[in-house]
Design a protein. Structure first.
Length: 368
């Protein structure tokens, strides 16, 4: 049996690192509105934890063509459910953290044998930090390939942070744990204003450090999606072409891998993309083996050159050690005989998902 949980507050839970915490209102609302999403990638017969079963059934009715026949249950239902724990129960949240484990344990203590322990969750949390990718992945990809940019420095003091900001001139500050544009500040001058200094002090106090990166002139967002497995190592799942606004995800292109490669070839050398894909698998397999098994994604971007024409590739803007909207888009991929689709997440009195067929040329256009 597989049990799915959509916990989009996961990245905030990593920062808080508490078994019980109250996410911001936006995170709670997104979880309540979109808790049915696992029906898209789950198998028939799987269970999906939702806040409201009737609302989930109604939401799935609008995307029935793309959803599987799952059983929706609430956490209260889990308390009263007679689970057969003599056979394996595979639990698949959006992302693992101590908060989601705590929710499941409080709902059904018999699930404990199927949940990661404190040590495993601590290791996942450390690997989920931006500091991990900045030390173990980005420098290796940068140094091994031409036409690649990317630098990210972890600073554990205000003095170091201000020194790096001054060195870069235009920079981006990121808290070690955050998501979808949260915990990110863009600095356009070598000397930040008092409000920004106060913010970075707070981040350093709460998370013991902060990331400082040079600002890059982004031209195109994309990513690679993977699966970490115990028997096959790191398995490549597919490309993710997506759109963001103010750093927050808004939508994805759902197309065949060949179509996505054709679109991406306008911005980056596909041979370089393939090489980096193989390098990511080689680098991360020994690091993730025995620590994390499950979906993860790496956000990348095409960057305009400072002079002349053409683009450079940033191979690791973010390492998301969880399921991503890119994985959701892959679950919605059309066959070569079907039209391309656009999947978008939008807010209109509540969070909603829209899946539209399109015959349009999607290059250089917004997705929504």
């Amino acid at each position: 049996m597989r049990l799915h949980i959509f916990n989009p507050e996961h990245d905030i839970a990593l920062a808080m690192n508490m078994p019980r915490f109250t996410p911001p209102h936006a995170g709670r609302q997104m979880r309540a509105d979109l808790s049915f999403l696992p029906a898209i990638w789950a198998d028939d017969g799987d269970m999906v934890v939702v806040d409201d079963v009737e609302a989930a059934v109604e939401a799935v009715r609008h995307i029935r063509k793309y959803a599987h026949d799952v059983l929706f249950v609430t956490l209260d239902d889990l308390r009263n459910l007679a689970l057969d724990t003599s056979s394996a129960v595979k639990i698949e949240p959006w992302g693992w953290d101590v908060a989601v484990r705590g929710q499941l344990l409080r709902a059904q203590p018999s699930l404990q044998q199927f949940l990661p322990d404190d040590a495993a969750l601590a290791a996942i949390r450390q690997m989920s930090s931006r500091k991990f990718a900045s030390e173990h992945l980005l420098p290796l990809l940068h140094d091994a390939n031409p036409s690649v940019v990317g630098e990210s420095v972890y600073c554990d003091s205000e003095q170091k942070t201000l020194a790096m900001i001054g060195q870069y001139g235009k920079s981006v500050l990121k808290s070690p744990w955050s998501c979808s544009g949260r915990g990110i500040r863009y600095i356009n001058t070598p000397v930040p204003d008092e409000h920004t200094v106060g913010w970075l002090r707070n981040v350093i106090r709460q998370q013991r450090g902060i990331m400082v990166e040079p600002f890059y002139a982004k031209v195109y967002d994309f990513g690679m999606e993977f699966q970490s497995t115990p028997d096959k190592g790191i398995v490549y799942s597919g490309l993710s072409l997506f759109d963001t606004r103010a750093g927050a995800y808004t939508g994805s292109i759902c197309a065949t891998e060949n179509d996505k490669r054709e679109m991406l070839s306008q911005y980056v050398d596909l041979a370089l993309v393939d090489t980096i894909c193989q390098q990511i698998q080689t680098i991360l397999q020994p690091l993730m083996n025995g620590v994390y098994y499950g979906p993860f994604g790496i956000d990348m971007m095409a960057v305009a050159k400072n002079s002349g024409s053409g683009f450079l590739l940033h191979p690791c803007v973010e390492l998301n050690l969880r399921r991503t909207m890119g994985h959701v888009a892959l679950a919605l991929s059309p066959s070569e005989f079907e039209p391309r689709r656009i999947m978008s997440i939008y807010y209109s009195d509540k969070h909603r998902i829209r899946i539209q067929n399109t015959m349009d040329n999607l290059l250089n256009t917004g997705l929504v």
